[in-house]
Design a protein around this ligand. Structure first.
Ligand code: HAM
Length: 452
């Protein structure tokens, strides 16, 4: 037997009906982000490796250990994007978006790649729904993206959101804090793990993120970043908090939240969900005041977030409107089946094939099924079909079709116009173009959706 293949470790296939749910989640994102004035950007799946090294930071786990980098046939070092903020900023600079009216508001939906140890909620190819606001105005912009994020999650039916908020200060605050933290930890070096000792030299703030209980205990006594904040950073953070309160967004200040990417300044945040186990962050983000300049642009205020779509779908509430929506825009098709044997001459189309295509041209999803009645119903159930239409000898002669609604068991007999009217009741959302219907058949490529 030939070798059978599996999806590579840490990747997975998304199959129907889950794909419809993902699409429904994305429709909700587009709707809410649109209300806030964000428009879609699509950047390449791979970029120059140096973009991430410079953007995300050499000392981060992402750049140090997790990148899918390769040399192409032209000897360029390229990397599958591990995140999209650096790419969006690259595009902002490359296309001169700084000269457009500010802020520029962009969102993206798509796969990201990190070589991590796979576990529940952690994949090597995962998907993010993210947004970046560039050329913004400090605290107000931070609050704006947070309000949009919360509005989106509420739209999906999330009720108790744990918004964790912190500030990592501006660069002045951080320089001061780094010195104080390093001297505190240096004096207690023997209590640190090997990893943390390494970080002491490269990225000491990341030690605050340690999961080890012993280190957590030690860190409880460590100097606090809050005490190193410049007056400007403190005022910035207070303004973000105030705005969230004003608009009724509950949050928790989480002083040890530092995030794993280097570009953040001032506001950082995560939203965590209880249903996810160890990988509990469904979303992370924050402001970045230096990144645009770091990537060759003018100094520009940026802030954004990315939601892990895999995790989001995993903890989507049972009563999420996205579930209802998913069933609408991927409705199971009408099943058209033969009742008994149908006379089909060699070289001629079967009546099933013709009816199915006529229905499709009217925007009614339809598929053909053959075989015994039990099999037809089994297939109809498997693809969540609402109705089965039968064509038999009698129907061919009389021009009337019999129809069975699967949920109610109701039966009926209709001529073709009546059948179409009846079937349309099941497909309110995918209602089709009426162009040409009933008169001449439109060419396949002129059948457009949603003209009603
Ligand atoms: P991040 O925290 O690295 O931030 O990723 C954001 C979210 O992506 C995480 O909260 C998580 O839900 C999801 N995620 C990350 N890694 C994985 C994985 N291996 N498997 C499944 N889900 C994962 C960023 O990527 C920043 N670019 C966010 C941002 C945008 N900051 C400012 N603008």
């Amino acid at each position: 037997m030939a070798k059978r293949f599996q999806a590579p470790k840490g990747t997975r296939d998304l199959l129907p009906p889950d794909t419809a749910l993902w699409a429904a989640v994305e429709v909700a994102a587009r709707r809410i982000f649109g209300i806030y004035g964000f428009r879609e950007i699509r950047t390449p799946i791979f970029e120059e490796t140096e973009l991430f090294a410079r953007g995300v930071g050499e000392s981060t786990d992402i750049v140090g250990k997790e990148m899918y980098s390769f040399v192409d046939k032209g000897q360029r070092s390229l990397t599958l994007r591990p995140e999209s903020t650096a790419s969006v900023v690259r595009a902002y600079v490359e296309h001169g978006m700084q000269r457009q009216p500010q802020p520029v508001k962009l969102f993206y939906i798509g796969p990201q790649f990190r070589y991590e140890r796979p576990q529940q909620g952690r994949y090597r190819q995962f998907h993010q729904i993210g947004a970046e606001l560039l050329g913004g105005r400090g605290a107000e912009s931070d609050a704006e993206v947070l309000l949009m994020l919360v509005a989106f999650l509420k739209e999906l039916g999330f009720k108790d959101l744990n918004v964790m908020l912190n500030t990592v200060g501006d660069s002045e605050s951080r320089t001061d804090y780094r010195e104080r933290l390093v001297s505190f930890l240096e004096a207690r070096r023997e209590r640190l793990s090997e990893e943390s000792v390494r970080r002491l030299a490269t990225n000491p703030l990341r030690i605050l993120d340690s999961k080890s209980p012993a280190e957590q205990e030690l860190l409880a006594e460590a100097p606090r970043l809050r005490d190193s904040l410049t007056a400007k950073s403190a005022a910035h953070f207070a303004a973000v908090c105030r705005t969230l309160e004003q608009f009724g967004v509950a949050y928790e200040v989480s002083p040890r939240l530092v995030r794993g990417l280097d570009y953040y300044t001032n506001t950082v945040f995560e939203i965590v969900s209880e249903g996810l186990g160890a990988q509990n962050a469904i979303c992370g983000g924050g402001a970045y005041e230096g990144l645009v300049e770091e990537l060759g642009g003018q100094p520009t205020y940026g802030v954004g977030f990315a939601i892990g779509e895999d995790r989001l779908v995993e903890v989507l509430p049972a009563d999420s409107p996205a579930r209802e929506q998913a069933s609408h825009f991927a409705p199971g098709p009408v099943v058209v089946a033969a009742a008994g044997r149908l006379p089909v001459k060699v070289g001629e189309l079967s009546p099933l094939f013709s009816l199915v295509e006529r229905l499709r041209r009217l925007g009614i999803p339809a598929v053909e099924a053959t075989g015994r009645q039990e099999n037809v119903f089994e297939r109809a159930n498997a693809i969540a079909s609402p109705v089965v239409v039968f064509i038999g000898q009698d129907e061919l002669q009389s021009g009337r079709y019999s129809m069975r609604a699967l949920e109610s068991g109701e039966r009926g007999e209709f001529d073709e116009a009546g059948l179409v009217r009846e079937l349309k009741k099941y497909f309110p959302v995918t209602s089709p173009s009426q162009r040409g219907a009933g008169t001449t058949t439109p060419p396949a490529d002129s059948v457009t959706e949603g003209e009603e």
